[in-house]
Write a protein that binds this ligand. Sequence first.
Ligand SMILES: [Zn+2]
Ligand SMILES: [Zn+2]
Length: 343
Amino acid sequence: MKALLLTEYMHLELTDVAVPAIGPRDVLIRVRSCGICGSDVHGIDGSTGRRIPPVVMGHEAAGVIAEVGSDAGDWRPGDRVTFDSTISCGECAFCRTGDINLCDNRQVLGVSCGDYRRNGAFAEYVAVPARILYRLPDSLSFDHAAMIEAVSVAVHAVNLTPIAPGDTAVVVGCGMIGQLTIQAAKAAGFATVIGVDVDDARLEVARAAGADPVLNSRTCDAPAEIRALTNGRGADAVLEAVGMTAPIQTAIAAVRKGGTVTLIGNFSGQIELPLQQVVTRQIRLQGSCASAGEYPKCIELMASGKIRVDNLISACTPLEDAASWFDRLYRHEANLMKVIVQP
Ligand SMILES: [Zn+2]
Ligand SMILES: [Zn+2]
């Protein structure tokens, strides 16, 4: 089969490799769409240590079942499916309580980090355990289904955030995850969702996604504006989707006393934390990682149109041209959000 192989750092090659073998509990999937994730783009230069060559990357995928293992349950060739990017073991203490994102034996598809190597879905076929499959409704295209992983990150973060009727949420950082978080917060019932970013073009997209108002924190004092909009209290919840000192400080300054700041972004390994504000205003900092069982909910939200992804897809490309799109993403070409590979 054809696969896009990272043969060495910074070098992607379209090559022929063997179709993956499946075990009794696995299925083989003919990949139709697979999104290029930021972690793939950063991974190709070796800086993250999670894409050690050779590896076929790609973990945000959807396709059609081609072959079913002898003990893989109720699946049939031809079924349209997507699957979790994370392979959880199903047996550790975290898996048993449903926290599959915290699994002690967690592996991510398309990752090669020294502990394990799991070839992913930038290829014609990928093998995955049947346990992580989800059926797709006919109304959801493969390209949109490849966005479910990103949607699930947003929905999981909102699920971890306390909400009461009439509450106001702020989303700091209106990149792709931020845009989806705005939609997920609206869908969850936040009465008002305010978008904050430093880029006016992104804020316009945020407005279209349901944020109202939107605030440019480079040209205004966003926390002061948010207090003015909330009778001086501050927002009930803030979701931060960047992961750097400045936006996290904005988030902490914008939340009300006793409110929650949910941290999704992790761009910086370390940040400067205004500790006294957090302690004396009794703010809860809630980390959020990947997702834990939200895929069916995400499929429902997308199929019903409550979460829309069409304007977040910048381009779709055949496997043959995928390497050049990696290049453009690596060089941070302006206005690129999600690029979907169609093997
Ligand atoms: Zn991803
Ligand atoms: Zn586990």
